[in-house]
Write a protein that binds this ligand. Structure first.
Ligand SMILES: [Mg+2]
Length: 308
């Protein structure tokens, strides 16, 4: 998120009227609305030509798949069970056949993911305009057994746990990832999770957001941060360290969890050690810190590692 987007969201959160039907409003991965039975969990995301993809370079079906994946990732981050999705298009005006086949290709990608995750495509909106392709999705889920993971429950001494390797998603993973819906389903109810979010902007930025929401800080142990093959590959030409890619690239869409120390081995037994990697600790001292070779330094939120 750009600073202007962030400050607008902060203002919008303050400006919005608080009503009792909203249990959790602006500022988390999704909103929670009070409902009889289980609560509703709702999130929305847009993707734009030139910002999130270049449609000349990317198969339109992948755009559709990614749009579903980023939305379901936010629901997984809240431990919600996905129910339905709504798809809206702003299609570029041009040759009618081209416009229609573009929409159909995107829709095929959406259908593929909807089937895979058992969600209904329940509506949407289609428009054409003299502008680039914009797609938006709203995803609706429900809570199970009243469990909702938020960003704000991390406590000092909780472990920082991520559900997979990070970095280098630009090389392809950002378009083809699978949201951690099944993993969230396995963990919720079985393991005590103090806080959760998905890693969309990079581990360091998102961890700092979790710390801010939870009024605590965190120490990342750089040697323990799981680094994706693609991050190593990128580092060979980017002039950055692989760990900097892992901390700063973003679009990993793994889950970031605050896990009580006593729960880690049960979590690892449940989902496998490679899907529950502890790489640091939350602290009462606020801010983001890195620990490497016993030395603790302040970490920038972009993931730049000082003094190397
Ligand atoms: Mg998110």
């Amino acid at each position: 998120m750009k600073p202007v987007e962030q400050s607008f969201v902060a203002w919008a959160k303050m400006r919005a009227r608080r009503l009792p039907q909203v249990k959790l409003g602006i500022g988390d991965d999704a909103a929670v609305l009070a409902c009889n039975g289980s609560d509703m969990v709702i999130t929305t995301d847009s993707m734009m030509e030139g910002v999130h993809f270049e449609s000349a370079q990317v198969d339109a079906r992948r755009i559709g798949r990614k749009l579903v994946a980023v939305n379901l990732s936010d629901l997984a981050a809240m431990a919600a069970e996905p129910t339905a999705i709504f798809l809206s298009f702003c299609l570029p005006l041009g040759d009618e056949m081209d416009t229609e086949s573009l929409a159909a290709e995107i829709y095929e990608g959406v259908c593929e993911m909807a089937e895979r995750f058992g969600v209904a495509i329940a509506g949407g909106d289609t428009n054409c305009w003299r502008g680039p392709l914009v797609v938006n999705m709203t995803a609706v889920g429900r809570t199970v057994d009243d469990i909702v993971w938020t960003r704000s429950g991390a406590q000092p001494d909780d472990l920082i746990v991520v559900t997979g390797k990070l970095g280098g998603s630009l090389l392809g993973k950002h378009l083809d990832f699978l949201p951690r819906v099944e993993l969230a389903r396995q963990i919720r109810g079985a393991i005590e999770i103090h806080a959760a979010m998905d890693i969309s902007d990079g581990l360091s930025v998102d961890l700092l957001r979790m710390c801010d929401a939870s009024s605590c800080g965190a120490i990342l142990e750089l040697e323990r941060v799981p680094i994706a093959e693609a991050a190593q590959q990128l580092a060979s030409t980017s002039g950055k360290l692989p760990v900097e890619h892992a901390l700063g690239d973003g679009e990993d869409f793994e889950l970031l969890l605050a896990v009580p120390t006593a729960e880690l081995s049960a979590l690892q037994q449940l989902v496998g050690a490679e899907q529950a990697i502890a790489c640091g600790t939350f602290t009462s001292r606020t801010g983001l810190w890195s620990k490497e070779g016993g030395k603790i330094r302040q970490l920038t939120s972009s993931g730049y590692v000082h003094g190397r």
